[in-house]
Design a protein around this ligand. Structure first.
Ligand SMILES: C[S@@+](CC[C@H](N)C(=O)[O-])C[C@H]1O[C@@H](n2cnc3c(N)ncnc32)[C@H](O)[C@@H]1O
Length: 215
């Protein structure tokens, strides 16, 4: 499987293509929190679990989860991110992950295709977050999991919203939505999910949620 949506790269895709190599070199900001999130997620997996991860970046998380599940379809809007992810996969020999380029806004799969869907550090980058949450709900099996980690900048970094348009114009930052944690939880809960686990690591702006699709 190569490119799932086959569209001309959007401005967002071009932004992430441009920064992908640098992103790949950057160490994880808070390794202990990252490991805790992996572990919390994996406690919900079984050998038959089928995962979709959208906005997978350079693929590290998909490759970490792969040994615990049947299959991971890992997608990203950026061709370069996907190229780097595939190179990592070749060096690890993991064979149950498929990396494909796709904008989650255009991505389609039959209802109930996945047992778990992961959107890590990506929801705040989406213009139609709630449309995507509805889509995730539809693509999950009843009882399936939606795992997210989202920068909730409106809670503690409201000033960022003032500078973002200039940064965006200069091509220095991608589109970023200013989200409040409580607002995000409500958006998810009102779209047919029950939140099983919420965690905001100290110091961070990211809200980690494990939400379960109600039956
Ligand atoms: C901040 S990075 C996070 C990458 C990875 N999930 C992680 O936690 O390290 C955001 C990623 O989302 C991807 N992305 C942005 N908008 C997207 C969209 N509409 N559909 C799919 N991927 C998208 C970007 O290309 C980028 O790789």
């Amino acid at each position: 499987m190569t490119d799932l949506t086959m569209k001309k790269p959007s401005a967002e895709a071009r932004f992430w293509d441009k920064v992908a190599d640098r992103y790949a070199q950057k160490p994880v900001a808070d390794e202990a929190s990252y490991r805790t999130k992996l572990w919390l997620t994996q406690t919900n997996f079984a050998p038959e679990t089928k995962i979709l991860e959208f906005g997978c970046g350079t693929g590290s998380t998909a490759l970490e989860h792969a040994p615990h599940v049947r299959h991971v379809l890992a997608t990203d809007i950026s061709e370069r991110m996907i190229e780097i992810a595939r190179a990592k996969q070749r060096s690890t020999g993991v064979d149950n992950v498929t990396f494909s380029r796709a904008d989650i806004a255009d991505f389609e799969a039959p209802d109930g295709s996945f047992d778990a869907i992961l959107g890590l550090n990506v929801l705040h980058l989406l213009k139609d977050r709630n449309g995507i949450i509805d889509k995730v709900h539809r693509m999950l099996t009843p009882g399936g999991l939606f795992v997210t980690s989202t920068a909730c900048l409106a809670d503690t970094m409201a000033w960022f919203g003032l500078f973002a348009p200039a940064g965006r114009l200069a091509g220095l930052i991608p589109h970023v939505e200013m989200i409040k944690a409580r607002e995000l939880e409500r958006d998810i809960e009102t779209r047919g999910f029950k939140i099983d686990h919420r965690w905001k690591p100290d110091k961070g702006v990211s809200l980690f949620l494990i939400a379960r699709r109600k039956r």
